[in-house]
Ligand binder design. Structure first.
Ligand code: HEM
Length: 400
């Protein structure tokens, strides 16, 4: 029987990996009618696909009509300026300026604040043993950290999170939300307006924050334009939120389904850096990327034509048996872990150092404070083609 890639079904959300393995073995270049593109699941093919064009907004707009069309055009206009959606050489220029603001040194300076923010959320957990890892913690933390890095006032973070979640209906490609275009469109307009105001304030009175650094960052005498600054702030807020939140949730669920490994990690938290790479590989927060073939490209499963739409699946690549021994086994001591959860090539994740700082602090804090993690209800998976994560992970825990 032919393999079906069915990202809408609850069984698929709970465990997409059997389908990924069948695609890898039987149909590595799989056509999907609904998406109008090719699904790629083998490690080598996914890496090759990631090198194709990222200017991929047009198909999301072309087939929309009425109000959806108006908002889709608005979304394409704003989001089309993000670094993830522009090709070199312009991308190289934009990325170098972004690097000036979001340098690894700047991120490392956040370490004490990340500890404090993590502890602030976990201190709120009551004595009723209930902790929804997503709702009470993972969904709150990354945008609070990103907001602080940019220089957003703490009291605005809840509003930013709400906007970013609405925007995610479009960018993350929700499949079951009929009014996603107006909802995401209104949120991107609101975020744009918000950051325009903040940037104007910073121009008057610069502060010690990344927004002020981005305003003055220069490359060969050129600075980011007003529109580039605004779209970069929206981009960082959004990208820093959805990804790391789902990493923390997926990692906890992965650990809970391997109690022996959870116990070993809790007993020796120095092994966290290696364990984190395996948790990223095992069930990463990004599922489908999108690309447009820049040429006729020959993949292992066959050839695609210039202009074809491609969907390289990162989580499938990270479980390719041709690259990872026993790929479905969570092995927190795995070495030579060549996962590509942060992408590949010019668009490699600019936030990887932040994710690698934040997620271990979050996981360590959970393992230090609590023990006996048990599901208190079924996990609720996010409706998204692009991301893999949960909106709710309700647990019963015990304090150590
Ligand atoms: C576990 C957490 C994260 C994962 C798995 C992740 C994954 C990725 C991936 C796969 C890409 C490549 C996109 C593409 O090729 O089209 C990417 C790009 C990007 N990420 Fe992340 N990311 C994470 C965290 C973050 C954080 C915390 C930030 C914010 C600081 C961030 C900001 C970005 C930006 C701005 C880009 C675009 C870079 C470019 O196009 O040059 N990410 N990320």
């Amino acid at each position: 029987m032919a393999v079906t890639y069915g990202p809408l079904s609850p069984e698929f959300s709970a465990d997409p990996f059997p389908v990924f393995h069948r695609l890898q073995a039987e149909d590595p270049l799989h056509w999907n009618d609904r998406l109008g593109g090719w699904i790629l699941t083998r490690y080598g093919d996914v890496k090759l696909a990631l090198m194709q064009s990222v200017e991929r907004m047009a198909p999301f707009v072309t087939h929309r009509r009425g109000e959806d069309r108006i908002y889709a055009e608005e979304l394409a206009r704003h989001i089309g300026q993000w670094s993830s959606f522009v090709n070199p050489p312009y991308h190289t220029h934009l990325r170098q300026l972004m690097n000036r603001g979001l340098s690894p040194v700047r991120i490392e300076q956040m370490r004490p604040r990340v500890h404090a923010i993590v502890n602030g959320y976990l201190d709120r957990v009551g004595d009723d043993r209930r902790l929804d890892v997503m709702r009470d913690f993972a969904h709150l933390l990354p945008i609070a950290v990103m907001g602080e890095i940019l220089g957003v006032p703490t009291e605005d973070v809840d509003q930013l999170r709400a906007w970013a979640d609405e925007l995610n209906l479009f960018v993350g490609t929700a499949l079951r939300v009929p009014d996603k275009y107006p909802r995401a469109g209104r949120s991107v307009l609101a975020m744009t307006e918000y950051f325009r105001r903040m940037i104007a304030e910073r121009r008057q009175a610069p502060r010690d924050d990344v927004m002020s650094l981005l305003i003055t960052a220069e490359l060969n005498g050129v600075r980011l334009t007003e529109d580039e600054l605004v779209s970069t702030c929206v981009n960082l807020t959004y990208a820093g939120h959805v990804t790391t939140a789902h990493l923390i949730g997926n990692a906890m669920l992965g650990l809970m389904s391997h109690p022996d490994q959870l116990a070993a990690l809790a007993a020796d938290l120095d092994t966290m850096p290696v364990a984190l790479e395996e948790l990223l590989r095992y069930d990463g927060p990004i599922q489908a990327m999108t690309r447009i073939a820049a040429d006729d490209v020959m993949f292992e499963g066959g050839q695609v034509k210039t202009g074809d739409r491609l969907f390289p699946l990162l989580n499938a690549a990270n479980r390719d048996p041709a690259v990872f021994a026993d790929p479905d086994r969570l092995d927190l001591k795995r070495t030579n872990n060549r996962h590509i959860v942060f992408g590949q090539g010019p668009h490699y994740c600019i936030g990887a150092p932040l994710a690698r700082l934040e997620a271990p602090i979050a996981l360590e804090a959970l393992l230090r404070r609590f023990t006996e993690f048990e599901l208190a209800g079924p996990p609720v998976w996010l409706d998204s083609l692009a991301f893999r994560g949960m909106v709710s992970l309700p647990l019963a825990v015990r304090r150590r």
